[in-house]
Write a protein that binds this ligand. Structure first.
Ligand code: ZN
Length: 222
């Protein structure tokens, strides 16, 4: 089931690893297709993950296809799909600078125009233990209609219309968190006005909407 979604998860799992947004088996990612979601498996290193390791579940979390256990954050992914009919992909990371801001409990305003890719700010979801329905509710509730949220004392989650978009937003959150945390050590970064954020959001609305070519990996990719 969901063959192209399985390949996408393997491809973007490797991209997350190569970009330094995840290490080892940390973080997880998923793609929704209709009534089902394809999730990265629990405890498999991204560099070794194969399409057949990906686990397909229904929206109640029942495994429909797959021999491994899905990610322990399955409830986080499903809660976001249920609350956001407009999204088709979720990325969760413990990327270092996102963790810095998440552990400070400090949301990121649009101090750099690219933050607007994620919304009017990157909020912080109140702390809840990893892997729990409480964390899923906290993240879905705090994200609102934006595309990223920091998880207090934990990490970050990004969403998108495609895995390509969710990945790009995960990269942007990490960039913004790095610049913001460094800027805060030197002074108080200026935040763009609401009117300017409107203008930037309008200018960015087609950014990242391109669909990447998916499908079986080529020989050299393995
Ligand atoms: Zn986590």
């Amino acid at each position: 089931m969901l063959e192209s979604a399985r390949y996408e998860i393997v491809l973007f799992g490797r991209k997350l690893l190569e970009s330094g947004l995840v290490t080892g088996t940390g973080g997880n990612l998923s793609v929704r297709s209709g009534r089902f979601a394809a999730l990265s498996p629990s405890g498999v290193e991204y560099g070794l993950m194969k399409p057949e390791d990906v686990v397909v579940v229904d929206m109640d979390g029942r495994v429909e296809d797959g021999r491994l256990k899905p990610t322990s954050e399955i409830s986080l992914h499903l809660a976001l799909y249920l609350s956001r009919p407009d999204i088709s992909a979720v990325v969760h990371t413990h990327s270092p600078y996102a963790c810095v801001m998440a552990c400070l409990g400090r949301e990121i305003p649009v101090f750099h125009y690219l933050v607007a890719l994620a919304g009017r700010k990157i909020p912080v979801a109140p702390y809840a233990c990893f892997g729990t329905p409480e964390l899923a509710r906290s993240a879905a509730g705090s994200m609102g209609d934006g595309k990223a949220v920091l998880l207090a004392n934990h990490g970050m989650v990004s969403v998108g219309r495609s895995l390509s978009e969710a990945f790009r937003i995960a990269e942007t959150v990490e960039f913004a968190a790095m610049v913001y945390s460094k800027a805060l050590t030197l002074g108080e970064p200026r935040v763009l006005s609401d009117a300017e954020v409107d203008r930037v959001m309008d200018a960015l609305k087609d950014y990242g909407s391109s669909v990447i070519q998916t499908g079986p990996l080529k020989e050299g990719d393995r």
